[in-house]
Design a protein around this ligand. Structure first.
Ligand code: M6R
Length: 369
């Protein structure tokens, strides 16, 4: 049942190109426009929304953080992302014009369920992004967009995460398409590039051996830090979460711009720091800033592990290790940049003798608040 892999997690990592392709299947028309009739939310209603609020937990929350960048960019609507467990306790401002998006692989996470119930009580419409047909969260929502990752057995979420990100982009692009934004041409281009992303995820998977070797060499470390900016920031958080839950190591993700506001004090000789570098094309200012961050931490002794696009030579002088990822549009980078971090955490867990599919103290779906 593990399809020849030692762990479900490895099998599920390997299934990601298919999971991503399946989540796009039938949703992009031959004219390059999205068809999401399955949402059964009338265009009129989608045009009346004035705010999007995303609620989710854990890895699904990281997908939500990425979605915020996409939704705000392509729709020019404000979008908030909130940990589901915090949401209803702070008296959030919600009304009929707020679209609440609840993201959950299992569809049974109690924190997320309670958040969506609260939103509906306030009159908001709830759209679920979910991987489990007929589970509680989609049943209690006004609409659902299923991710087609297939069953995810390992406790650590991998293919569900990638498909959540894809589904969030579909929602963002669809809202942009229905509402009409100045990004019309860009949206058409991104939809095209999105359909190529599963091949690129496959390419990343073929180059993971050095990442495994690197992970094994770090098995006796106590701490690993992760840095990113823009959509690379949630990727850094996701890399850190994977390492905590699988390798039981102290791992933290930071927005790279925050380094100088405190975390840089943590940098010491030989501390592994993984840096997710944005594309030098597109938001090149961010790229240059993160390159100076890498320079700064390396000057303080950090062992820099740099995830950078093919052809990005600016990082080379400051990188102890480079993990190459294919070129993608800025907003799509998380779909390729997360994969090495999953492999990294899985290999470290194995090297430390941990149970990969069933980490201690964790359950696949958390059905208590
Ligand atoms: O089933 P859900 O997507 O609602 O689960 C949310 C989190 O519990 C889940 O993503 C958790 O953080 C994973 N174990 C992370 O790998």
């Amino acid at each position: 049942e593990k399809g020849g892999y030692d762990y479900f997690m490895l099998k599920e990592i390997a299934e990601q190109p298919k999971a991503v392709a399946d989540t796009l299947l039938g949703r992009i028309g031959t004219d390059g426009r999205l068809t999401l009739d399955e949402l059964r939310m009338p265009d009129r209603m989608l045009r009346e929304i004035d705010k999007v609020v995303i609620v989710a937990c854990g890895t699904a929350f990281h997908a939500g953080m990425i979605a915020k960048y996409a939704i705000e960019h392509w729709t020019r609507m404000p979008c908030e992302v909130e940990l589901a467990s915090e949401f209803r306790y702070r008296d959030p401002i919600l009304d009929q014009r707020t679209l609440v998006v609840a993201i959950s692989q299992s569809g049974e996470t109690m924190d997320t369920l309670m958040a969506l119930r609260h939103a509906r009580e306030q009159g908001s419409k709830v759209l679920a992004i979910c991987n489990t047909n007929g589970s509680t969260i989609p049943r209690e929502s006004d609409a659902v967009l299923y991710t087609h990752a297939g069953p995810e057995v390992a406790v650590a979420s991998t293919k569900a995460f990638l498909t959540q990100v894809v589904a969030c982009y579909l929602v963002a692009l669809y809202l942009g398409q229905v509402r009409g934004t100045k990004w019309g041409d860009e949206i058409t281009g991104v939809i095209r590039e999105l359909s190529e992303i599963s091949t690129q995820v496959g390419q990343v998977l073929e180059t993971m051996e050095p990442v495994r070797a690197l992970a094994r060499s770090l098995k006796d470390k106590n701490t690993v830090l992760f840095l990113g900016r823009h959509v690379g920031y949630p990727v850094a958080l996701e890399g850190a979460l994977k390492l905590k839950e699988l390798a039981y190591m102290h791992a933290e993700g930071f927005a790279a711009g925050e380094l100088k506001h405190g975390p840089i004090a943590l940098i010491e000789q030989d501390l592994p720091v993984v840096v997710v570098v944005p594309s030098p094309r597109g938001r090149s200012v961010l790229h240059d800033k993160i390159v100076s961050n890498i320079q700064e931490i390396r000057a303080r002794g950090a062992r820099t592990i740099v995830i950078a696009e093919e052809g990005d030579e600016a990082v080379v002088p400051y990188a102890d290790h480079i993990i190459r990822i294919p070129r993608t549009p800025v907003l799509l980078q998380p779909l390729v940049a997360t994969v090495p971090l999953q492999v990294f955490a899985c290999e470290l867990a194995t090297a430390r003798g941990n149970e990969v599919d069933q980490p201690r103290n964790l359950a696949k779906s958390v059905t208590v608040e």
